[in-house]
Every structure is written in structure tokens, then in C-alpha cells.
Ligand binder design. Structure first.
Ligand SMILES: [Zn+2]
Length: 140
């Protein structure tokens, strides 16, 4: 069977921004870990983060890995609730990005799998795009 665009969505924390909050000290963390990074407690609850934050660091990837189309911008994003996550920025060039820019999660195509894995399979996942303060951003 030859489907032109099979789709696979990433499960778990990356797609849903699902991390943890420590019941002992209140620390939040993403991705999930067996222990709290601050107090080493194992009493951790699943915490789904609000998908908004600010760029705290970024860089352009000019030589994209196999299956990705470059150049693209990767960034560290500090979520509003304190956790830090690394992800691609969508719909921007590196010249348009500034430290402190507000961003929000958008689900976009991440890569097309190579022949050895599963030819034609397209993988989707979370990226961040700039939040528009003027119009609130278009939702798809
Ligand atoms: Zn803790």
C-alpha cells in the first residue's frame, strides 16, 4: 500500500509539553525525570504546561540533519511556568529572532523519514512560533 503522506505524531512530553511538578518542593521540570532535580524527591505529579514562553537563547542550523529542511532556527524557550525546553522555531529567519521574544507552541512537520526508516513517513511535533501581540496570532 502506497500512501503519499503517512503521518506519525510524537507522543508524550514533547507534543503535549507534559512535564512534572514536585509535590515536596514545588519545582517544575521538563522532560519528566525519575527524581526532582532540586530536592531528589520521587513524589512527582504530571504537569501539563501552558504552551507559551520566551526565547532565552537561539541559533541557526544551516546544515540540517537528514530528513530536515534547513536552514532553521533552534531555541531554548523558558515557559511561563518556569520549565525550559529546546525546540525549533517555525516561520522565522534567524534575523527576526530576539532574546525575550514571546513564543507559543504550534504543531508542525518536523521531518521526512529516510528510505532506511520508512520512506515518505512524515513526522510531526511541537515547534514554537512568535506570538503576535497585535492580532493574537492566527490559529489553524
Ligand atoms: Zn522537589
Amino acid at each position: 500500500m502506497s500512501s503519499p503522506a503517512e503521518v506519525r505524531r510524537l507522543s508524550g512530553y514533547r507534543l503535549r509539553l507534559e512535564g512534572q511538578q514536585c509535590s515536596t518542593c514545588g519545582e517544575v521540570q521538563l522532560p519528566p525525570r525519575p527524581l526532582c532535580r532540586r530536592c531528589r524527591s520521587t513524589t512527582l505529579e504530571v504537569r501539563r504546561f501552558v504552551p507559551r514562553g520566551k526565547v532565552i537563547s537561539f541559533a541557526e542550523v544551516s546544515q540540517a540533519p537528514s530528513g530536515f529542511s534547513g536552514p532553521y532556527v533552534i531555541a531554548l524557550v523558558a515557559l511561563e511556568e518556569g520549565a525550559i525546553v529546546g525546540a525549533q522555531l517555525s516561520d522565522v529567519t534567524v534575523e527576526e529572532v530576539e532574546i525575550g521574544m514571546p513564543v507559543e507552541v504550534t504543531i508542525r512537520r518536523l521531518r521526512q523519514c529516510s528510505t532506511e526508516e520508512a520512506e515518505g513517513l512524515v513526522e510531526y511535533g511541537a515547534k514554537f512560533r512568535l506570538s503576535s501581540s497585535s492580532d493574537g496570532g492566527a490559529r489553524t
